[in-house]
Design a protein around this ligand. Structure first.
Ligand SMILES: Nc1ncnc2c1ncn2[C@@H]1O[C@H](COP(=O)(O)OP(=O)(O)OP(=O)(O)O)[C@@H](O)[C@H]1O
Length: 251
């Protein structure tokens, strides 16, 4: 069953068309890795999917979109802001709702943020902020997870664990990332953008690292790099090791 559908749609920003005449559909249950070099249009596509999906999609934006002065609790609570009245939200700002507090605390524990629920986000590390943004997306409790590089600020082991948690909590996901080995080992399908179009759209089982290199004009061959992903050689190696540790076989 189709979840997302674009038929010859121009996607962009105002007058600037980034992805002209885009035709793309995503089925329920699909786990999609969205790849492409910087500026290829990944955020543009994710934003368009989000606009189309409205209430069905949990959103984890690039740069996190957190309010630095507010606590972890209040930032995560924002995931359900529109489900409550303005009065209830104001009251919660001053005196947190006990049930919401308990739910957020459970999420924090699950995501390795134990003991940080009261701390202002401005006093967290980059990786901790990223996990708060993921917690806020989890708190939305949606079918589809849309993530714009949600694994970019954490170490490879944490990234693997976070990805598994994201996928366990959502029926479908579209995640922009730069870790190619992870894309091949933990997703069903890769959508790769290059030069304003979908250059790759295929099941992961039909792809390899060399095919993914074609998305990057200045990439060295996978053999030259010893099989690592562009710009992420160390991370890719560590991902591979982390994947093996987790009992999976990385490609
Ligand atoms: N708000 C905006 N207004 C105008 N142009 C924009 C805007 N946001 C992005 N663009 C342009 O659209 C193109 C695609 O940008 P986009 O952010 O979708 O790329 P991306 O693949 O997500 O890049 P990155 O990996 O660096 O985040 C780029 O040329 C960018 O300069």
């Amino acid at each position: 069953m189709t979840l997302v559908d674009f038929q010859a749609v121009d996607l962009g920003h105002g007058d600037q068309i980034v992805l002209p005449a885009l035709t793309l559909s995503i089925a329920r249950g699909e786990r999609i890795a969205l790849l492409g070099q910087s500026g290829a249009g990944k955020s543009t596509l994710l934003t368009a999917i989000r606009q189309q999906q409205q209430d069905a999609a949990a959103w984890c934006p690039q740069g996190h979109g957190l309010v630095p002065l507010l606590s972890v609790y209040h930032n995560v609570y924002m995931g359900q802001l529109e489900r409550h009245s303005a009065l209830a939200n104001l009251r919660n700002l001053l005196r947190p709702d006990p049930l919401a507090w308990q739910a957020v605390e459970t999420l924090c524990d699950e995501l390795g943020l134990e003991g940080l629920i009261r701390r202002p986000v401005e006093r967290l590390s980059g990786g901790q902020r990223q996990r708060v943004a993921i917690a806020r997306a989890f708190y939305q409790q949606r079918e589809l997870f849309l993530g714009d590089e949600p694994l970019s600020s954490v170490d490879p082991h944490q990234a693997l664990r976070l990805l598994e948690q994201i996928q366990a909590r959502h029926d479908a996901c579209v995640i922009a990332l730069h870790q190619h080995r992870l894309a091949l080992s933990h997703f069903d399908r890769v959508i790769g953008l290059r030069d304003g179009r979908v250059a790759i759209d295929a099941p992961c089982r039909e792809l390899d690292l060399a095919r993914l290199d074609a998305l990057y004009p200045d990439a060295r061959s996978a053999d030259d790099r010893g099989g690592d992903a562009p710009g992420e050689p160390q991370a890719a190696t560590e991902f591979s090791a982390a994947t093996r540790e987790a009992g999976r076989s990385a490609p």
